[in-house]
Design a protein around this ligand. Structure first.
Ligand code: GLC
Length: 526
């Protein structure tokens, strides 16, 4: 735990708390479940966990609608348990990152409730974006701005005013021009840092500042950097300094890099890489771009294959079109899961050997697929509901993990559980459970364990330089010190560079020593 710049190389495991492990048997994951599985996470060889919002929430957006930023939802446990978790994780060598959601709160948050109870023009309303509507009676929203989840970004309240919500209507946007909002969040940061939290993941980090009456643009507006410079000053007052990790979805690479200047965020998620298709030229382009963009600000790159918002890669990579884009998400797109699994194994070795930090999403290490046949009545995601069901939403990547056993809940809940898992698990996940895969040569989980262990052991992996090696156009080959990663995205077998040792491969090599299609290998170079 001594390395203060741990975030530059870390492997960070994302815990979707509701679906990780259920300790009290109500069918919903919780802190007790997470604490009981810390040995599993330590054994996996990860450096930190990022826990998605654990705050009191009506769950209109899976907890990203926060009613109180300084407490734990009773469904997950108590603040005292969160403190214990932090302590136990630290004892196991795991750092803890929590999720801070500064753009909006829940419509049940005390500030918003007070704003609703106060008159138009009151100071209480000034903490949000309340405005009069257009039209003779103000019956039209103040602007035509659309919510990121679909439908209008304005909702009307009883007295006729409208409030802004970039996401669901249960998520009113804070007015970041108001000093009280800034003070409040700085205080929230200290609240969690004082409890030993090692870093924060900042939700929707680029959209805080806006003037929705003047412009439709809510991304990356003037003034956003001052917010994070102030947060950085706070993070730096702690020993060790706390890490700031931004969820920054910005297509403009230079704009993205500005968030990573030395006095701002430490790192940000690499969504360009996540969205890239399973194609050598495209991946190579994203890798080069990522490295070029980070170099001037001396920030480490991050590499991400999936998270709780996107289609699991086993499903994505088994489709004809293998990239990811929210706007293109549709139901019933066929996927060859066997092919997807093979590619996901290769993608893991590629991703884990790239320079910088690596984020994995729970269940990724088990090779879980997106659950696409959920009953509509069970789907909770506002992306599904607000699109009228055109977009399948994100529930399919949030299904509770299978831990053991031959039938649901596969050890997710204790045997005397009173509730079913909050989303049903596919029957064949018995074969993908932790118990079914642990220690089994060739299993998905074993590949992850081996790769994470090597990634830690080998000094040239993690942060540091990389150098492309000559290869066929359908092959990605690069060196990290005396190691190399070769990934074959073509259909023909690929020749490998001269090497002393094969450290790990996603599938066995061919008898003639070539690398099969849709496979990846780590080599020690000759
Ligand atoms: C982020 C979260 C997502 C959430 C949204 C609104 O993108 O990752 O799950 O719905 O912000 O808070």
């Amino acid at each position: 735990m001594a390395d203060q710049a741990w975030w530059r190389s870390a492997a960070i495991y994302q815990v979707y708390l509701r679906s990780f492990a259920d300790g009290n048997g109500d069918g919903v994951g919780d802190l007790a479940g997470l604490r009981s599985r810390l040995p599993y996470l330590a054994g996996l060889g990860i450096d930190a966990i990022w826990i998605v919002p654990w705050y009191p929430s009506p769950l209109a957006d899976g907890g990203y609608d926060v009613a109180d930023f300084r407490a734990i939802d009773p469904i997950f446990g108590t603040l005292a348990e969160a403190e214990k978790l932090i302590e136990e994780a630290h004892a196991a060598g795991i750092r803890v990152i929590c999720d801070i959601v500064p753009n909006h709160c829940s419509d049940q948050h005390a500030w918003f409730q007070r704003a609703l109870a106060s008159a138009p023009g009151s100071p209480e309303r000034d903490l949000f974006w309340f405005r009069k509507g257009r039209g003779a009676e103000g019956e039209l929203p103040p602007t035509d701005l659309q919510s990121i989840f679909g439908g209008p970004a304005w909702t009307r309240v009883a007295d006729g005013e409208w409030y802004l919500h970039l996401f669901a209507s249960e998520q009113p946007d804070f007015n970041w021009d108001h000093p009280a909002v800034r003070d409040e969040f700085e205080d929230i940061l200290r609240f969690w840092f004082d409890r030993g939290i090692d870093g924060i993941r900042i939700d929707s980090a680029a959209v805080l500042i806006k003037d929705p009456l003047v412009s439709d643009v809510y991304e990356d507006n003037e003034g956003i950097h001052e917010v994070y410079q102030a947060w950085r000053r706070i993070a730096d007052t702690y020993t060790p300094p706390r890490a700031l990790i931004g969820e920054v979805w910005l297509p403009d690479h230079e704009a993205f890099a500005r968030y990573l200047r030395p006095d701002e965020l430490h790192t940000a998620f690499n969504f360009a890489f996540l969205g890239a298709p399973w194609e050598a030229a495209e991946l190579r382009k994203e890798i080069d771009m990522t490295i070029a963009v980070h170099a001037p600000v001396a920030a480490p790159a991050t590499w991400v294959l999936s998270n709780h918002d996107v289609t699991r890669e086993v499903t994505r990579f088994g489709r004809e079109v293998t990239n990811f884009a929210f706007a293109d998400k549709r139901r019933d797109v066929p996927s060859d899961l066997e092919l997807g699994t093979r590619r996901a194994r290769a993608a893991a070795l590629l991703t884990m050997s790239l320079p910088g930090a690596y984020y994995l999403y729970q269940g990724e290490e088990l090779g879980l697929e997106e659950v696409e046949d959920l009953d509509d009545a069970l789907r909770e995601d506002p992306m599904f509901h607000r699109s009228g069901g055109v977009n399948p939403g994100r529930d399919g990547c949030r299904v509770p993990l299978p831990w053991s056993g031959t039938s649901a809940p596969f050890g997710f809940s204790p045997s005397d559980a009173t509730g079913d898992p909050w989303l049903p698990q596919p029957a064949h996940w018995s074969e993908l459970s932790v118990a079914a895969q642990q220690g089994v040569p060739g299993s998905f989980l074993q590949l992850y364990c081996d790769a994470l262990r090597l990634r830690r052991q080998e000094p040239s992996l993690g942060d540091g330089p990389m150098r492309w090696l000559d290869s066929e156009s359908q092959v990605l080959a690069f060196a990290r010190g005396d190691l190399a990663n070769v990934t074959n995205l073509g259909t023909a077998p690929a020749a490998l560079p001269a090497h002393r040792e094969v450290l790990l491969s996603s599938v066995p090599l061919n008898e003639d020593g070539t690398l099969p299609a849709d496979a990846s290998v780590w080599l020690r170079l000759a």
